[in-house]
Design a protein around this ligand. Sequence first.
Ligand SMILES: Cc1cc2ncn([C@H]3O[C@H](COP(=O)(O)O)[C@@H](O)[C@H]3O)c2cc1C
Ligand SMILES: O=C(O)c1cccnc1
Length: 388
Amino acid sequence: MTEKTSVEKTWKAYLNKIEPADRTAMELAKKRWNSVAKPIGSLGILEEDIIKIAGIRGNASGMKLDRSALAVMCADHGVVAEGVSQTGKDVTRIVAENFTKGETSTSKMCRISGTDLYPVDMGMDCEPTGQKEPDMHWILDRKVARGSGNIAREPAMSRTGCLQALLSGIDLAFRLKEMGYEILAAGEMGIGNTTPAAAMSAVLTGLPPEEATGRGAGLSDAGFEKKKKAVEMAVSRFYEKYPEYRNGTKEQYESGELSAVTVLAELGGFDLAGMTGLFLGGAAAKIPVLMDGFLSTVSGLLAVLIRKEAKDYMLASHISTEPAGAAVLQMLDLPAPLHMGMHLGEGSGAVAMIPLLRMGAKVYEEMSTFSDISVEQYVDYQEKGERP
Ligand SMILES: Cc1cc2ncn([C@H]3O[C@H](COP(=O)(O)O)[C@@H](O)[C@H]3O)c2cc1C
Ligand SMILES: O=C(O)c1cccnc1
């Protein structure tokens, strides 16, 4: 079997593992919430998320979220040559190294949130580290290539390269679950990566490329003009090659008439593909995966367009201030509890969400019920259609 055929086969096998979350466990979890002695539904999205996690685990009791891991997918982007970023690609590697030393913004947040951080080289433009096992003090080597193509002028990845990155993300979700983690978070580091994310969000949501493009990590007016032009060139190049994707709908992706893998291979990058893989792997391995901001939610949307059941295993954290952030989340139709004006990346929003989920789990597991405190059970009037 050639490598290409074997990659395609493994990819199909993983996708076939993904099934909807356990609805019975979710109903039991909802009942448990409604029995807790507090106003019904009063923890809002935290309650919804805990119900979702019960469905993922297939168990409404023993809700534990003590062990959390963040995978930070790192890669370089050929489109940086168009002047779309304030810094050069070397910064990707510098920040990636700093994850191993606990010296990044998200590393600091991880300390507070009690989350282990695993940096992963999905495709940085540097020598491979050769580190084959996940270890927080080394950059895990899952390099597919030394950077992606310049999407304004050529495909980001070959289909096989893209599938390899997706499979690495899937495999990592399984590995982290085996290592005893109960919840995962997806993050990225890749100078220039808001450009491919903007191009893909334009194709997937139908937003005009100009409106889907933001200033990323920060750009001057002149830099912003270059970035809008690069996104426009990338999207036009894509539609010229694949005219059937113009005005594509969610249903067309879900039915297989259009392929989110094609969009990712043409307009994405190895970091974004790694995160898409992590979401699909979480679904296949039955472990919840939290999304972060713009890069993460675009990757999440791709995962759902590849396998709609993957959505059952994904949780949103915050709404990025990048202009297409809200549209992507709307298409995903997953509620994001945090609106903090964040746009940092590295998985920061997802890491911020983890302590909140732990609080939800604590109330869910330990709180007394109405009957425990001899108070008549509150009625869920929302369920009866009497409350919005
Ligand atoms: C020092 C530094 C640390 C970062 N941490 C996350 N990002 C964020 O900014 C990058 C995307 O923005 P753009 O598309 O404008 O290059 C990504 O690496 C993202 O994670 C960073 C950016 C920089 C410069
Ligand atoms: O929303 C994000 O995740 C984001 C936005 C800009 C730059 N880096 C990350």
